[in-house]
Write a protein that binds this ligand. Structure first.
Ligand SMILES: Cc1ncc(COP(=O)(O)OP(=O)(O)O)c(N)n1
Ligand SMILES: Cc1ncsc1CCOP(=O)(O)O
Ligand SMILES: [Mg+2]
Length: 207
């Protein structure tokens, strides 16, 4: 089943000065229509409570809400899907568990893993990175740089491909010119002096 996938994925993160809820509220108000709740530090009970609040905000603003990794919670909360970060996991079995209606995102870090993911045909989009160094997540994968995305033009990439990892606002235009589908950003928005205006600027650069 073909799903709507946004060209801009805003990821919340653990911050000392703002909750995930405040981050999502800010992003929705600034026009973000796709929120990925990326919280890997809470218990299921805490996650469910927070996701329920996020779902109300996203519903009010008409934004898609995706959770990172915790697919076992999908039947307990009202979200549109899940992004699975672990590339070694059995995505086909996750798809079988969550059903066809939920959006399933997955990650790839090089052309080989991207093409395998595409061939598997169970994910709705692919997060592809890391583009550059990021402090948001410990990363041991080679940085792709702009060239890593330009190289994709030699391949038949049909799955919506979302660049991720260390993307700054000033990178968005050039990245989009490589032919990718969209971008995912966390810290370039969250660590900006004016996160709402960062979201708006990214949208202008994408569209
Ligand atoms: C949209 C989107 N893309 C990718 C990720 C996670 O990616 P990454 O950190 O590269 O995953 P692994 O390296 O752990 O496979 C995400 N959360 N959202
Ligand atoms: C999930 C994930 N994987 C690599 S970076 C990242 C989150 C987004 O990172 P950034 O803060 O660099 O935009
Ligand atoms: Mg990675």
């Amino acid at each position: 089943m073909k799903k709507y996938i946004s060209k801009f994925h805003y990821l919340t993160q653990d911050l000392t000065d703002r909750s995930h809820i405040e981050q999502a509220q800010m992003a929705c108000e600034a026009g973000a229509n796709w929120i990925q709740y990326r919280c890997l530090t809470k218990t299921d009970e805490e996650l469910i409570a927070e996701i329920n609040e996020l779902a109300i905000i996203c519903d009010d603003w008409g934004s898609t809400l995706i959770i990172t990794n915790h697919y076992h919670l999908l039947d307990k909360v009202d979200v549109q899907g899940v992004h699975i970060e672990d590339m070694d996991t059995d995505l086909a079995s996750i798809r079988a568990t969550i059903g066809e209606d939920k959006t399933l995102g997955a990650s790839a870090t090089n052309i080989k893993s991207l093409l395998s993911l595409q061939a598997l045909a169970v994910a709705d989009y692919c997060g592809y990175g890391p583009f550059a160094h990021t402090e948001t997540k410990l990363n041991d994968k080679p940085l792709l740089g702009l060239e890593g995305y330009e190289l994709l033009q030699r391949h038949r990439v049909e799955i919506p491909l979302i660049a991720i990892g260390g993307i700054q606002i000033s990178d968005v235009e050039l990245l989009m010119k490589t032919g990718i589908y969209g971008v995912a950003v966390s810290s370039a928005v969250n660590k900006s002096d004016d996160p709402a205006s960062a979201v708006k600027t990214i949208y202008k650069k994408i569209y």
